[in-house]
Write a protein that binds this ligand. Structure first.
Ligand code: ADP
Ligand code: MG
Length: 909
């Protein structure tokens, strides 16, 4: 395979280079195979190990933490080597693939005995049987069952003029489940789509990989594999695709642009190369028109914690909070839907109809989920069987999956008057030929080995010849025992034994003294002398030799017969790949609908309305994740309304400016409305009393000063770059969530930027927005901007403490309650008292003149003279705290100060 890449591992001397005489025949074979797979780590099979040599060995030993040894010499130098045991290969493969390597697995393709026949020095024939790359995995051990693993190809159109914006096509497929999609998009949408699809591996042309504009972005993505340009050749693309699917033209799949065909064909070519010609059961490429799904860029996905939290965990994400699926295929489909909410109200309604059915039909919901729970991962088992990589358990998975499908089709039939999506699913569930299940049920044993070469997976009674061969094998002991008894009788030697060892096979053994008798007539006519040892003499007989041959080959023959039966059954399944795959998809669809219904019932969600208006009315909305987290702690979640609809007769949505003290619930309120839109548009019920949403086409969410200290980037710069992207891109159908933008800089800079951003959103973007801020000054904008709505999260002061009500009401926060919050957080009383003093002074003056006022105000040090000197560590801590001036600190300074405080505090008794 001709791939060139960053992980290429050349450096292996050419087979005929240098001193040819010093190269052993085995090394020559190794080098030939390595030369054909220069960019893969070569797992070279030697007995019970896969060995790696030369640079591969150095790379793998480092990546896997295994010992680097040496084996022999090559051109006078030691050959570095390391090895992994074959039985544990999966585990090592997993780690290498995760680290971004590709692996070529090279097996012995003949019995070593065969090689020996050609001469003592001859090398066992070997060949690469698999290329393993991150994007083309099928093994359960290497895959996450609940997530798709996509291979993606990016193709770029040659631009006519240097100024024309570049156009791209993205194709992606999952060979373990058969999904295959393609779309055209611009540079911005491409980044958002890659963030949505999260491919395990991306292939691009060498040219794109080296492109100065693209390279920095490509380097931030998971495994990117550059390939030679023939893979991305537009002229041959259509032909390559058509040939894969064995059709005359791809027109029957829909109309594709040349660029789309190029990307799709690149995927196909890569699959054929890595699968060494085997063709996984892919669906024909389906075109995804841009605009049919809600565009959510990478930062927004991260911010809203759709699939995982900001710290990278699934726990605490929206995905985890709403997932009630009972099958892994259902979990994968739910993930796809969550990653790509729809924008067509009719398509959304079709999904909601299916959920509504299972909300209404509690009994059916329970039955369906019970049936589904028994359905294994049909799609992935099917892919392995078609790729001739399957095992007996994959056959059983097909059987059990189809049995469940059939039962589900009948159960749905009882309901009558099904919504469209369920009708389609029910048809697909009933489609596979019942003969497959019958054949599999008849053939497969109750307990199945993982590997087919272990044998024993065909049920007794299924095949008479197999049964006979097996009984010969299994009853060998009994037959031999009978023979031993007969010979003991005939010779009168009670102690005669039939034994077995690896050198002689079966033999008859008697003591020296009895040996004489067997060596003499007439017994020597039957007993043939084999060996004389110190105390024993060994014999065989023609009968024993014949029995031995039969027994020895019986095991081999039984296995061969089983493997033939396996192939027959696998072929039966492969022939039905299409209907089986559709049944698998239908199972996933049903699972998702029933799971979302379960969620809706369990958490009291309602069916949202999605339409083509620009309205956004949420009544009694709740945050799906926070609500569940609070419930575990026993607290109630306070539901809140939100109405971003254009005011009477208007054509542009509202902007909410949300103020309120820290911890009041501003961020939660902002996010819950974005999440409700995502849920509604993916076709889920939503956590609200009522929700009506004019579909959103682009969702943006940014948090100010989301401190990225670890990556060493200026947080303010990041914040501004991201804000710029929104202000440049958001159209009237967008939903924009801005949380404390401008926090990352000195007060007046931040305030001015926030001010200008709101004006731009109102005047230029004209989109529905939610803007949380601690700048109370911004609430004054409502007087000037008609569609601006001031909202605040209520708090109550009670005996000098602040009580959060989490209730969003119209109006502006009266003040920030910062000191009360600080008190709640456990700041020392001395500091709180001092802060109150400062605040009182500040409030008695104009805030804008705070600086001069601070100059006028006696410093902490000055007042401290009147208070007793710090007596304890706690007081020292308080003094340090008081010396800090948050308004003048950068986020990095603030963080460092926090660490200093913490370490000081830790020193206290
Ligand atoms: P802010 O952004 O105003 O600082 P957050 O939105 O981060 O506040 O909320 C702080 C905490 O308050 C949350 O972690 C949550 O536990 C609680 N909270 C927020 N909103 C609500 C609500 N509507 N009902 C109950 N608790 C809430
Ligand atoms: Mg907040």
């Amino acid at each position: 395979m001709n791939m060139s890449g960053p992980k290429a591992t050349p450096d292996v001397p050419a087979p005929n280079g240098g001193d040819a005489a010093s190269v052993t025949p085995m090394m020559r074979q190794y080098q030939e195979i390595k030369a054909a797979n220069p960019d893969c780590l070569l797992f070279y099979r030697m007995g019970d190990f896969y060995e790696l040599f030369f640079q591969d060995a150095e790379i793998a030993s480092r990546a896997l933490g295994i010992v680097l040894t040496k084996r022999g010499k090559h051109q006078g130098a030691d050959i570095p080597m390391c090895g992994v045991p074959v039985v544990r290969a999966d585990e090592y493969l997993h780690r290498l693939i995760a680290a971004g390597f590709r692996v070529a697995v090279c097996e012995q393709t003949e019995d070593p005995a065969e090689a020996k026949k050609r001469g003592a020095k001859s090398v066992v024939a070997r060949g690469v049987t698999r290329l393993i790359t991150a994007g083309t995995l099928t093994e359960d051990t290497l895959l996450d069952a609940r997530r798709n693993n996509y291979l993606a190809a990016i193709a770029r159109a040659r631009v006519s003029s240097p100024d024309a914006p570049a156009q791209f096509a993205l194709a992606y497929l999952d060979i373990s489940t058969g999904e295959f999609r393609v779309m055209e998009c611009d540079r911005l949408a491409l980044a958002a789509e890659i963030a949505r699809v999260e491919p395990g591996e991306i292939i691009v042309s060498d040219a794109l990989y080296g492109d100065t504009e693209m390279a920095p972005w490509l380097r931030t993505l998971a495994v990117v594999t550059p390939l030679t340009r023939d893979v991305f050749d537009g002229a041959t693309a259509e032909r390559r695709l058509a040939s894969y699917f064995a059709v005359a033209t791809t027109e029957s799949f829909g109309t594709f642009s040349r660029l789309e065909l190029t990307a799709a064909a690149a995927c196909i070519t890569y699959v054929e190369r890595t699968q060494l010609g085997h063709r996984p059961p892919l669906s024909p490429p389906a075109r995804e028109a841009i605009g049919t799904t809600l565009i959510i860029d990478a930062a927004t996905r991260a911010n809203l914690e759709l699939m995982r939290t900001l710290s990278g965990e699934r726990r605490g994400s929206l995905s985890e909070a709403i997932d009630r699926t009972v099958t892994v295929a259902g979990a994968r489909l739910l993930g796809q839907r969550l990653a790509a909410p729809l924008t067509d109200p009719d398509a959304i309604a079709l999904r909601l109809d299916a959920v509504a059915l299972f909300v209404a039909e509690a009994a059916a919901r329970a039955d369906v989920r019970a049936q589904l729970a028994a359905a294994p991962d049909l799609a992935r088992s099917l892919a392995r069987l078609v790729l001739q990589r399957g095992g007996p358990r994959d056959l059983a998975a097909i059987r059990d999956g189809l049995i469940a499908a059939d039962a589900l089709a009948r159960r749905l039939g009882e309901l009558g008057n099904l919504p469209n999506e369920i009708t389609v699913a029910a048809k697909a569930l009933a489609a596979p030929d019942g003969a497959i299940v019958a054949a599999l049920s008849a053939a497969l044993a109750d307990h199945l080995p993982y590997l087919k070469r272990d044998g024993g997976f065909v049920r007794a009674g299924y095949d008479a010849a197999l049964d006979e061969t097996r009984s010969l094998r299994d009853e060998s002991r009994r037959v031999v025992a009978a023979l031993q008894a007969r010979y003991a009788d005939a010779t009168g030697v009670r102690a005669l034994k039939v034994r077995h060892n690896n050198v002689l096979g079966y033999f008859i053994e008697v003591t020296q003294q009895h040996g004489e008798k067997l060596l003499a007539a007439p017994l020597n006519a039957t007993f043939i002398h084999r060996q004389t040892l110190a105390g024993q003499v060994r014999f065989t007989t023609t009968e024993l030799a014949a029995l031995e041959a039969k027994i020895a080959s019986a095991a081999d023959r039984a296995l061969a017969m089983e493997l033939a039966i396996f192939d027959k059954l696998a072929a039966l399944v492969t022939q039905a790949a299409e209907p089986v795959k559709r049944a698998a998809e239908a199972l996933a669809t049903l699972d998702v609908s029933a799971a979302l219904a379960t969620l809706a019932v369990e958490r009291d969600y309602v069916r949202p309305e999605a339409d083509r208006s620009l309205d956004f009315v949420i009544e009694g909305g709740r945050h799906p994740v926070v609500e569940q987290a609070l419930q575990q702690d026993g607290g109630p979640f306070v539901a809140n309304d939100c109405d971003l609809s254009p005011p009477e007769g208007g054509s542009a949505g509202r902007i909410y400016v949300v103020t309120g003290p820290n911890m009041a619930g501003k961020s939660t309120f902002l996010r819950q409305n974005a999440l409700i839109a995502v849920l509604a548009q993916m076709g889920s019920f939503v956590p609200a009393r009522r929700a009506r949403i004019g579909v959103v086409d682009r969702l943006f969410s940014r948090v100010g000063a989301a401190d990225d200290l670890a990556r060493g980037r200026s947080t303010f710069m990041v914040e501004m770059v991201e804000t710029a992207a929104i202000l440049n891109q958001a159209g009237e159908r967008a939903l924009v969530i801005l949380d404390e933008i401008g926090r990352g800089t000195a007060t007046f800079d931040g305030l001015s930027i926030a001010w200008a951003a709101i004006e731009h959103l109102h005047e230029a973007n004209r989109c529905r927005s939610l803007f949380a801020t601690h700048f109370h000054e911004l609430t004054a904008l409502a007087a000037k901007l008609p569609r601006l709505h001031n909202a605040t999260v209520r708090v109550k002061e009670w005996h000098g403490d602040v009580v959060f009500l989490h209730e969003v009401v119209a109006g502006a926060a009266d003040r920030s309650y910062g000191i009360q919050v600080a008190k709640l957080a456990g700041l020392p009383t001395a500091v709180i008292e001092r802060a109150k003093l400062v605040l009182a002074q500040l409030e008695s003056q104009d805030r804008t003149s705070a600086r001069t006022m601070i100059d006028d105000l006696p410093l902490f040090a000055a007042t401290a003279r009147h208070t007793p000197a710090p007596k304890s560590e706690a007081d020292a801590l308080a003094a340090t705290l008081a010396a800090l001036n948050p308004d003048e600190m950068s986020p990095r300074d603030a963080l460092e100060a926090l660490y200093r405080l913490k370490s000081k505090a830790a020193k206290q008794p």
